[in-house]
Design a protein around this ligand. Structure first.
Ligand code: GAR
Length: 197
């Protein structure tokens, strides 16, 4: 069984979308895959409640308890590796996980580590993507699913969706329109990847 481990920091709506589609589309039978665990770096991440309600194993690893980024990532890899055994490979899915990962962590799961970023990469890496798209006068914004590499918000693009930027948009209204698309393309991109790993 391929084990999907989803990393979150907050609301977890992308994680919930993936869990729902995995159930609806019977990923266990189709791809031999299951959402095995949800890990949050924040104890109060709302997404943890959804995961627990769906009987998915959850873990909290508070980054503030670690002296360095390397120490945190080493502990994170130890948690993830519980779900990475011969014959049962792990796919690590970042879903609103607001941490920069070390090259060591990224290299360990190369090709099996994906992220969703709320912009049309390579535009607007980093934070505040929606406000920056509005400020730049963009007529279109969107979302990108990509392989994770050591360079922030780079890596091979797996899927994108485009939404219009409306003259009345605020960062919040644009974010909501983009998020609706995130919930569609992320499960689809993961399903495609599961057939390759
Ligand atoms: C999503 O919009 C995701 O694209 C973004 O955080 C939100 C998480 O929402 N991720 C990043 O900004 C990563 N740099 P969710 O917790 O409801 O899935």
């Amino acid at each position: 069984m391929k084990n999907i481990v989803i990393l979150i920091s907050g609301g977890g709506s992308n994680m919930a979308a993936i869990v729902k589609i995995a159930q609806r589309d019977a990923w266990a039978e189709k791809f031999g895959a299951r959402v095995a665990a949800v890990i949050s770096n924040k104890a109060d991440a709302k997404g943890l409640i959804f995961a627990r309600d769906h009987r998915i194993a959850t873990e909290v690893l508070d980054h503030k308890a670690f002296a360095s980024r390397e120490d945190f990532d080493t502990a994170l890899a130890a948690l993830v590796d519980r779900f990475d055994q011969p014959g049962n490979p792990v796919l690590v899915v970042l879903a609103g996980f607001m941490r920069i990962l070390t090259p060591g962590f990224v290299g360990r799961y190369a090709g099996r580590l994906v992220n969703i970023h709320p912009s049309l990469l390579p535009a607007f890496t980093g934070l505040h993507t929606h406000q920056r798209a509005i400020d730049a006068g963009c007529k279109f914004a969107g979302v990108t699913v990509h392989q994770v590499t050591a360079e922030l918000d780079h890596g091979a693009i797996l899927a994108q969706a485009v939404v219009p930027v409306l003259p009345t948009d605020t960062a919040e209204t644009l974010a909501a329109r983009v998020l609706t698309q995130e919930h569609l393309i992320y499960p689809r991109a993961i399903a495609e990847l599961l057939q390759k790993i």
